[in-house]
Ligand binder design. Sequence first.
Ligand SMILES: [Zn+2]
Length: 179
Amino acid sequence: MQETGVSHAEMVPLKEVKSKMLSTPHVLVGGAIGRHVRAPYLALPLALVSHFALDAIPHVDTVTFFGIGGAKSNFTTTVDGVAAAALLLFLARGQKRWRWILACGFLAITMDILAMVLVWFPHASRLSVLAWLYRLHAFVGADMRPSDWPLGMATQILILGLAVFFLRFAPRKMSRQDA
Ligand SMILES: [Zn+2]
């Protein structure tokens, strides 16, 4: 069925995109991977793949409450993104592996950045690899209703706590053999 060069019309309609985890847990988990996994050939793909793993965990996010597009959604997504970047920079400061922390933190959120780019610039989906990644990302996700927020926030707070611990406080030798 599938031809090369997927058109925007063939992509997952934006309204059907499942709720995606907040940026902050994604970015901090990526940063923790960058701190502990020394081999770049492992750290970089692991950071990228961590995105899908986190998206599959039950959670609520800005999409759950505000959908995609629209002023509220754009505002909360921006606040989330700025908070994620600020926290990552704060936790990476003074660390020997800060470059890897930042690189892996960025890689861990690239799937969401790609999704936003395709929302803003649908023509970019003419690049079939982008459309394929977009659909793969849209496929993974744990849909929850706004009323599920206690569980949906608890999972993310737990992940955030673990990520901050491993990003800043856990001894690095703990995972010298990689994650
Ligand atoms: Zn995502």
